[in-house]
Design a protein around this ligand. Structure first.
Ligand code: PEP
Ligand code: MG
Length: 570
């Protein structure tokens, strides 16, 4: 039995077999073969196996993940049966007497290079298809297995180096009971997705992929951040009872589902949910969300090979607005960059992607993409209570430019006779220190703020949110962070505006008392945290939390702050 300590990323206990989502070693030696006819047969047989495998994957993807995901595998099948690729491979085996692995790799690499150099999106995508197909055929030649997450048909826990948001989006919730990764922190997007899918997760274990084999029984303890590998039957029993207790506690919180969030001295605050896709709405409603405080629209753009059309986006936004039946829905415009990549945009690699060409910076430059999203949003606005916010705003000028573009699209749509809501609040995320510091000036022009502490903390502390070695600097209770939060809330209130928070800090039990005391109006969190937060706030008096906040703001260290908070809420 082995044990790994990581970071608790999503609450709950999962016990299941491990499924490694790890690329196997596909290296090989180039060798001369004696019987080239037999080698051609070996190549053909690997191609056949790859083909049957892809057909099964495609059919399963069509049923479970939808036609657009299945289309990716259809494209791979087309590549497999293309004589333009297969004939030169067979010719090479015959004329040069090389092994099939070498003939395949060399020929495929030549096509990939040729297609990638073309200034044509379609051909670039074909290069990616050839690369994927080559890997699959190579795996059959070498007799190793590629992971096929869409083929999972039993309960598993995913083990991976990291999970990209698009990997996470493709996981089948019915079978994936939990996950654990080598890298990442509480605010990495894999962790955020795990919380919205309500799957227990432990990230940042450093060595999960080295220690865990396919099929090992593992326990993921998302409450304490522990992973147990091949546990004793006694430990499994112990964990089954922890799991039951946790479920009972959840049932207690569930009684608050239809209640407003009111403190013990009668102050109402709004508890909203963070969502990634319209499918997350079910969780918001089941957990009594009073609105959507952050709709991360970038997930609409991921796990596919081209931009979503205006129509597709319109349908998604409309579904969310209608699904929330008039409750507020804050939609954030595209925040791509950092750990959220869109391979098909083909953006150059950057040294510091979190500090680079991302989010609003990209949208102001690539205006076609931005305008399409804004049009879809404006058209959807008449179906509910839409509020729009821009991510990663660093200067007032950026906000003004984005607002002007929105206004232009609005006027165009009005002149086309489209129906648009009379009032759409327009806000910004405060996640860059410059904006928090200048909040008093921003507050004159925006309708609301939503504090994005995941980024605000990483930029204030200069500590990459993906790097577990500096994760100790993710300190939401640091007086420095709390002072910035106070500046933003006070600035909003001075102009009669509201301030919310949609970073993970908003759902953090230790932070909530102080945030209530600082006067935060809206707390937006993973849907699975809402009922627990409501239960906590019902037991707190805002007037007392104001005093606590004042005390904590004047402390020197995070430890002192945590001690004071724990003492106050006992
Ligand atoms: C944040 O930065 O706090 C935030 C909510 O945005 P994201 O986590 O998507 O970067
Ligand atoms: Mg952010």
């Amino acid at each position: 039995m082995a044990f790994l300590q990581g970071i608790a990323a999503s609450n709950g206990i999962a016990i299941a077999k491990a499924y490694r989502l790890v690329e196997p070693d596909l290296s090989f030696e180039q060798i001369k073969v004696g019987d080239s006819a037999a080698e051609v047969d070996r190549f053909r047989s690997a191609m056949e196996k790859a083909k049957s495998e892809l057909e099964v994957i495609r059919d399963r993807a069509a049923v479970e993940l939808g036609a657009d995901k299945a289309a990716i595998f259809e494209a791979h099948l087309l590549v497999l049966s293309d004589p333009e690729l297969n004939n030169p491979i067979e010719d090479k085996i015959k004329s040069e007497n090389v092994n099939a692995e070498a003939a395949l790799k060399e020929t495929a690499d030549m096509f990939v290079m040729m297609f990638e150099q073309m200034d044509n999106e379609y051909m670039k995508e074909r290069a990616a298809d050839i690369r994927d197909v080559t890997k699959r055929v190579l795996s059959h030649l070498l007799g190793v297995q590629l992971p096929n997450p869409s083929m999972i048909n039993e309960e598993v826990i995913i083990v991976a180096e990291d999970l990209t948001p698009s990997d996470t989006a493709q996981l089948n919730r019915q079978f994936v009971k939990g996950f654990t990764t080598n890298i990442g922190g509480r605010t990495s997007h894999s962790a955020i997705m795990a919380r919205s899918l309500e799957i227990p997760a432990v990230v940042g274990t450093k060595s999960a992929t080295e220690e865990i084999n396919n099929g090992d029984l593992i326990i993921v303890d998302g409450l304490k951040g522990e992973v147990h590998i091949n546990p004793t039957p006694e430990l499994v029993d112990e964990y089954r009872s922890v799991h039951e207790q946790y479920e009972m506690q959840k049932a207690e919180w569930a009684k608050l589902v239809n209640e407003p969030t009111v403190s013990a001295d009668g102050v109402h605050v709004e508890l909203a949910a963070n969502i990634g896709t319209p499918n997350d709405l079910k969780g918001v409603i089941e957990n009594g969300g009073e609105g959507v405080g952050l709709y991360r629209t970038e997930f609409l753009y991921m796990g596919r090979d081209q931009l979503p059309t205006e129509e597709e986006q319109f349908e998604a936004y409309k579904a969310v607005l209608e699904g929330m039946s008039g409750k507020p829905v804050v939609v954030r415009t595209l925040d791509i960059g950092g750990d959220k990549e869109l391979p098909y945009l083909d953006l150059p690699k950057e040294m510091n992607p979190f500090l680079g060409f991302r989010a609003i910076r990209l949208c102001l430059e690539e205006q076609d993409l931005f305008r399409t999203q804004l049009r879809a949003l404006l058209r959807a606005s008449s179906y509910g209570n839409l509020k729009i916010m821009f991510p990663m705003i660093a200067t007032l000028d950026e906000f003004r430019q984005a607002k002007a573009i929105l206004e232009e699209e609005k006027q165009k749509l009005i002149s086309e006779g489209q129906k648009i809501a009379e009032q759409i609040e327009l806000g910004i995320m405060v996640e860059i220190p410059s904006t928090a510091i200048l909040a008093d000036q921003f507050a004159k022009e925006v309708d609301f703020f939503s504090i994005g502490t995941n980024d605000l903390i990483q930029y204030t502390m200069a500590a990459d949110r993906m790097n577990q070695r500096v994760s100790y600097l993710y300190q939401p209770y640091s007086p420095s962070i709390l002072r910035l939060v106070k500046m933003v809330i006070d600035a909003a209130h001075a102009e009669g505006k509201w301030a919310g928070m949609c970073g993970e800090m908003a759902g953090d039990e230790t932070a909530i008392p102080v945030l209530l005391g600082l006067g935060l109006d809206e707390f937006s969190m993973s849907a699975s945290s809402i009922l627990k937060a409501r239960s906590l706030i019902k037991g707190l008096k805002k007037a007392e939390m104001e005093k606590l906040a004042q005390e904590v703001l004047n402390m020197q260290t995070t430890d002192q702050a945590v001690q004071a908070i724990n003492a106050a809420i006992k």
